[in-house]
Ligand binder design. Sequence first.
Ligand code: ADP
Ligand code: MG
Length: 154
Amino acid sequence: MSNSGSIVVWTDSPGQTRELAARLGQRLKPGDFVALIGPLGSGKTCFVQGLATGLRVEGNVTSPTFIIMRYHPGQPALCHADAYRIGGADELEDIGISDFLDSAVVAVEWAERVRELWPAEVITVQIDQTNDARVITISGRGKRWQQIRAELEQ
Ligand SMILES: Nc1ncnc2c1ncn2[C@@H]1O[C@H](COP(=O)(O)OP(=O)(O)O)[C@@H](O)[C@H]1O
Ligand SMILES: [Mg+2]
């Protein structure tokens, strides 16, 4: 399961993807930034639904592609953004994402399009599609990820 600092998990259904994400969500704290990378329909929104379950935040998680960003109150809160339709990081900054970077867990779909927003410590979730299965690679840089990885591997 573990390979040079990454956790790689195959899932066969949206439910399995949500379950994995919930295990991660349970361990997240305000200030954690989850960068989701993967093609359209790979399961990024599905993964964030699982994060929300693990965090126990309020409200249904649906794709924020058209509204760009949605805030789910909770302890901690979840800020869910989607960079698919925007021109760049400044558009997320214009709608106030910076206000949440310290106070909420932030999950961004298409995060590779807004690299400028990534804090020094980040958790990346890369989803690859092979037929009906998904290969989900969770990795990160910084102390927070080392801590979370150790907990996930227990
Ligand atoms: N193992 C899996 N994990 C996640 N989603 C899956 C899986 N298998 C099939 N799916 C389907 O793939 C789609 C993922 O959609 P979504 O989460 O909106 O993707 P994205 O946000 O990456 O565009 C859903 O229709 C879901 O039912
Ligand atoms: Mg999506």
